[in-house]
Design a protein around this ligand. Structure first.
Ligand SMILES: [Ca+2]
Ligand SMILES: [Ca+2]
Ligand SMILES: [Ca+2]
Ligand SMILES: [Ca+2]
Length: 342
């Protein structure tokens, strides 16, 4: 690793560990120089300027989607009138694996100036990973202290209680207002952008995944792009992700992004593992037969259909697929859903 990289990484670590004090330094500095210098210069104390690279993500870039580079001081300008955005959406839900932290200022510096007397005017945010690491550091510190001096008080409860949780870092923000200017420092690249259609997917990820940033449900299957991408892991551009004939929105009926007990799995053609697919699937050696459970593909168990979430729909101890074969034996083949045969 080049010395400059090591230096930047050390800086990153230092910045992270000194978050609270540093933010206050930033703000004091910014308030003292309002209107006389560029924003970048206002947000860092003089002695730190030039040590780490700066990059600004403009409102234009935010609309199209951009990447926050790692180990860089990044300023992002969130466009006005685009609606408040969750931190997790703004940074593309990458915070569970990547340490990042930052803070946002109100749209206008006048508001900030008015808030000056009432403590820190910016709002701090931390990624999930950052919180986890901080909590672990606090825990390690606490364990050390208790082991040496207060071993008798080392209960599980005390171990779980961290200084961090008791408010060492205050004013954490999860909803970021449009028009805000935010500073962010990250250990890894972050996909960043606005969420114009409110589907929980930012403009960078919409571009990356080929979904429409102006339509919340790109494939029109009843599930938003965000539910599909982040929760169900189904395709946001294909209505029937698993190809069993039932569209994703009829499989996750209550559209909560989870496969509940009474729902079929939109990523598995045979949810109850009884050998018959949830809707209708091509079977047989040449794929000319069509067989399944919800044969009219409406997401409801109608008379004449077996349940795609119960391998033994009538509870007689014989699995549905066997019942199907029994039916063929008894009727000479009229269970073959010939109406659907191709
Ligand atoms: Ca979106
Ligand atoms: Ca969809
Ligand atoms: Ca399906
Ligand atoms: Ca089945």
């Amino acid at each position: 690793m080049r010395p400059i990289d090591t230096h930047i990484q050390n800086m990153m670590k230092w910045l992270t560990l000194s978050l609270g004090a540093l933010c206050i330094a930033f703000v004091s500095y910014s308030l003292s120089t309002i209107n006389s210098t560029p924003t970048e210069a206002r947000l860092l104390p003089k002695h730190m300027l030039g040590l780490t690279q700066w990059e600004t993500i403009t409102t234009d870039k935010m609309e199209k989607g951009a990447t926050v580079p790692p180990h860089t001081n990044v300023l992002i300008h969130i466009p006005v009138n685009t609606g408040d955005i969750k931190r997790t959406v703004l940074f593309g839900r990458s915070g569970e694996n990547i340490r990042y932290w930052g803070y946002c200022f109100p749209e206008d510096y006048e508001t900030m100036r008015l808030m000056e007397g009432r403590g820190f005017p910016g709002r701090i945010f931390l990624s999930e990973k950052e919180r986890e690491v901080r909590a672990a550091e606090e825990l390690a510190k606490r364990k050390g202290i208790f082991t040496l001096y207060r071993q008798e008080e080392l209960t599980q409860e005390r171990l779980n209680e961290t200084e961090f949780n008791r408010g060492r870092v205050r004013h954490q923000v999860e909803i970021i207002k449009d028009g805000s200017t935010c500073y962010v420092m990250s250990e890894g690249p972050l996909p960043v952008g606005i969420d114009a259609d409110g589907d929980g997917v930012n403009s960078y990820i919409e571009k990356d995944k080929g979904t429409d940033p102006a339509i919340a449900d790109t494939d029109g299957d009843g599930l938003s792009d965000g539910i599909e991408l982040f929760f169900l892991k189904t395709s946001p551009t294909r209505r029937d992700s698993d190809g069993d004939g039932i569209v994703d929105g009829l499989e996750d009926k209550n559209r909560n992004g989870k496969v509940d007990m009474t729902e079929t799995n939109p990523n598995h053609i045979d949810s109850d593992h009884d050998g018959l697919c949830d809707g209708l699937c091509r079977v047989g050696s040449n794929g000319t037969q069509i067989r399944g459970e919800d044969i009219n593909l409406n997401g409801i168990v109608d008379p004449g259909e077996t349940s795609p979430v119960n391998p033994d729909s009538d509870g007689d101890g014989i699995f549905d697929e066997q019942e199907y074969f029994n039916c063929i034996m008894e009727t000479g083949g009229s269970c073959d859903y010939s109406a659907f045969e191709v």
